[in-house]
Design a protein around this ligand. Structure first.
Ligand SMILES: N[C@@H](CCC(=O)N[C@@H](CS)C(=O)NCC(=O)O)C(=O)O
Length: 80
């Protein structure tokens, strides 16, 4: 199952969502606070407070950050 932690106004999140949609992947989004001091869940998952953060339990990914890394991971893992 794919989960993406996002903030609605975040362009880096939109970039990752575009790739998820392009690859036809289903995913759940978790909308995090605009304020980074209220992003405990994101910090626990990824060790930092920026979004996007991807969780892909099927592949042992428990909190990947950096949108470019996420895009590369998605293409490598799911692009046929
Ligand atoms: N280099 C990061 C940048 C991500 C980023 O700047 N995210 C913003 C939202 S658009 C954020 O979470 N800012 C809060 C912060 O810097 O703590 C990436 O490409 O994923």
């Amino acid at each position: 199952m794919l989960e993406l932690y996002v903030q609605p106004l975040c362009p880096y999140c939109r970039k990752v969502k575009r790739v998820l949609d392009e690859l036809g992947l289903e995913y759940t989004t978790h909308r995090v606070s605009f304020f980074k001091f209220r992003r405990d869940e994101v910090r626990e998952l990824s060790g930092q407070s920026q979004v996007p953060v991807l969780v892909d339990t099927d592949h042992g990914v428990e909190g990947m950050n950096e949108s470019d890394d996420i895009v590369a991971y998605l293409r490598e893992t799911y692009e046929s």
